[in-house]
Design a protein around this ligand. Structure first.
Ligand code: FAD
Ligand code: FES
Length: 354
């Protein structure tokens, strides 16, 4: 039976002035916490993320975190944050945030979501904190579709770094159609499961054993090399490119030296909500940064070229992007750019935000 996971974000998903209240903090592992927020009736889809902002040293710092809660099974909103060595916000959240705090949150966004309809076979590949959007998706599918086949391949360093270990085991025990394969790179001597790095042979073997290959959707979230390997191996095995979905937590590329040298100060015109603004963009700024400095009410979220919230169309002039993986080939051909990673490459650039 066809079913729909798709739920349009409500127009009431407006950030509140007070921020969202942290109702509970759950210590998931030694270096990971979950923040549970009281949900102000925001609608969202499994796989989407929130952007949290913190005033730090007089500057507002914003980072995106995938929702690990699922709209159908969890009343509240929750994100899970793993410490990044030397990272500003992940450590701040793990060390400083308390229950009862109010945090400025930008409403759920993102296109790493389940198919609108049809899809009864799902292979998930996660590593470390990359489990968060997958966990939400798994809960949604198990809640909505009894016939779906789901396998999660989850890689971690050791037993204690497995996030949601107990909850995943409980779901596996409860649903015969859900299987979890843990792979650990540095397990203790007691570990009975798979070890080492996920390689192409493992992926091929998991695919071969997967019981349902029709309408298969693959979702992966983890380091870029892992996701590239999953995509490459499964495409060779016959899985269509459009059926393989990835979420990246870190931006991968930057400008080459010669691209950087070409960037000089330029005036850029931005058309937004029927108004035209002229913005001076310095070589060390992105178009979004320069526009925000001029208090232009630009749409944005991750500021890393990942979420597409800042998408606009370059209708005149030339723009270079630090990375363009967030846009499809069609969007690139259509002149779309992500202003948060874009720099003017010529005079006379005009960007229309639609
Ligand atoms: C759409 C999206 C969803 C995300 N969801 C989650 C989530 O559910 N849980 C979660 O813990 N994180 C998630 N992230 C990552 C998160 O937004 C931050 O990037 C991360 O917490 C690091 O922020 P920081 O301020 O601590 O590090 P920063 O101070 O920004 O960076 C410090 C250093 O760490 C590197 N770095 C940044 N992020 C990572 C990373 N993830 N792994 C390794 N090195 C990194 C940076 O390149 C830099 O060198 C998500 C990111 C995106 C774009
Ligand atoms: S703000 Fe997320 S892609 Fe630009």
């Amino acid at each position: 039976m066809a079913f729909s996971f798709f739920k349009k974000n409500s127009e009431t998903n407006n950030p509140t002035d007070d921020g969202l209240k942290v109702k509970q903090i759950i210590k998931e592992t030694t270096d990971t916490v979950s923040l549970v927020f009281e949900n102000p009736n925001w609608q969202y889809q499994s796989g989407q993320f929130l952007s949290l902002s913190f005033p730090i040293d007089g500057k507002e710092e914003t980072r995106s975190y995938s929702l690990c809660s699922a709209p159908n099974t969890d009343q509240d909103l929750a994100v899970t944050v793993k410490r990044v060595e030397g990272g500003l916000i992940s450590n701040y959240i793990n060390d400083q945030v308390k229950e009862g705090d109010h945090i400025k949150v930008i409403a759920p966004a993102g296109v790493f979501t389940l198919p609108e309809s049809k899809g009864n076979a799902f292979l998930f590949f996660g590593a470390g904190s990359g489990i968060t959007p997958l966990f939400s998706m798994i809960k949604t599918i198990l809640h909505q579709e009894a016939d779906a086949h789901l396998t999660l391949v989850y890689t971690n360093r050791h037993e204690d770094s497995i996030i949601f270990k107990t909850s995943l085991a409980a779901l596996e025990a409860q649903h015969a159609n859900f299987k979890v394969i843990h792979i650990l790179t540095r397990p203790t001597a007691e570990w009975q499961g798979k070890t080492g790095r996920l390689n192409a042979d493992d992926i091929q073997a998991i695919y071969n054993e997967f019981p349902a290959k029709d309408q298969l959707h693959v979702y992966s979230c983890g380091p870029a090399p892992m996701m590239d390997l999953v995509a490459e191996t499964l495409q060779k095995a016959g899985v269509a490119e459009q059926a393989i979905h990835q979420e990246r937590f870190t931006a991968s590329t930057g400008l080459t030296e010669s691209e950087s040298e070409e960037i000089v100060k330029q005036l850029v015109k931005i058309r937004l909500d029927g108004e035209e603004h002229e913005v001076e963009v310095n070589p060390d700024q992105t178009i979004l940064e320069a526009a925000l400095d001029q208090d232009i009410d630009m749409p944005f979220s991750c500021q890393s070229g990942l979420c597409t919230a800042c998408r606009g169309r370059c209708t005149e002039g030339k723009v270079v992007m630090e990375e363009d993986d967030g846009l499809s080939e069609d969007e690139l051909d259509g002149g779309y750019v992500l202003t948060c990673v874009s720099h003017p490459k010529s005079a006379g650039v005009v960007i229309e935000i639609e």
